[in-house]
Write a protein that binds this ligand. Structure first.
Ligand code: SAM
Length: 208
């Protein structure tokens, strides 16, 4: 699931569907595409808070795990939430269903840590995905990154520098971050674990 389907010899069981288009009427009451993406939305606490913080935007959560996505969409249907939806999908396959230059904010918060450094090669966050984020973001769009793992933070910086399309700024405090808490972030605060936060903006001339 962490590899693009096209690179696998056989489709593993429970690999999320791969598609290039979607009907946004099935996701949002107004039928418009999303302006905010929460990639790796997990159980959706942050996704729900985002949809309340930005009631005039459509907010899409994406996660490779089916059970939390089904649960989130059940809550959305039950509560009749108009501007939020969750999609079972692996971003390792790109995000062709998101139009160029259409997204205000992409959140990529607390991606799974891999226990060994050589697993960095398997991370979904690579130059290809970053270029995909760049394609989807509007000129003044913002990519938000958070992790509690030092080598993942270093890896993010390395990929950002190699890919070259973004300027990034380290955000030292939660107050300056000014976003709702994710489940993982709540855990880090409870356990007094340091969180690395970064805001990335498209370099001039690098938007699509
Ligand atoms: C450590 S959890 C963090 C969840 C949430 N963002 C938070 O901060 O509480 C990482 C999430 O990323 C999801 N994930 C991992 N690889 C993914 C991929 N290729 N595409 C979409 N989601 C992915 C996992 O299923 C998991 O829910």
């Amino acid at each position: 699931m962490y590899y693009p389907l096209k690179d696998l010899k056989k489709t593993p069981n429970h690999y999320p569907p791969v598609f290039d288009e979607t009907d946004w009427n099935e996701h949002f009451d107004d039928g418009h595409p999303p302006e905010i993406l929460d990639v790796g939305c997990g159980k959706g606490a942050f996704l729900f808070d985002l949809s309340e913080k930005y009631p005039d935007s459509n907010v899409l959560g994406i996660d490779v795990r089916h059970i939390p996505i089904k649960w989130i969409n059940g809550v959305i249907d039950g509560e009749k939430m108009a501007n939020v939806s969750a999609m079972w999908y692996s971003v390792a396959n790109g995000m062709k269903f998101i139009a160029d230059n259409s997204v205000d904010k992409i959140f990529y918060l607390f991606p799974d840590p891999w226990p060994k450094r050589n697993h960095l090669l398997r991370r979904a966050f690579n130059e290809v995905l970053l270029t995909e984020f760049q394609r989807c973001l509007k000129k003044d769009g913002v990519l938000y990154l958070e992790t509690d793992v030092d080598y993942v933070d270093e890896y993010h910086k390395k990929i950002l520098e190699k890919q070259g399309g973004f300027d990034y700024e380290l955000i030292p405090t939660r107050e300056e971050w000014a976003m709702p808490l994710t489940n993982k972030e709540k855990f880090c605060i409870r356990k007094d674990i340091f969180v690395y936060r970064m805001i990335c903006r498209l370099k001039a001339g690098f938007c699509q």
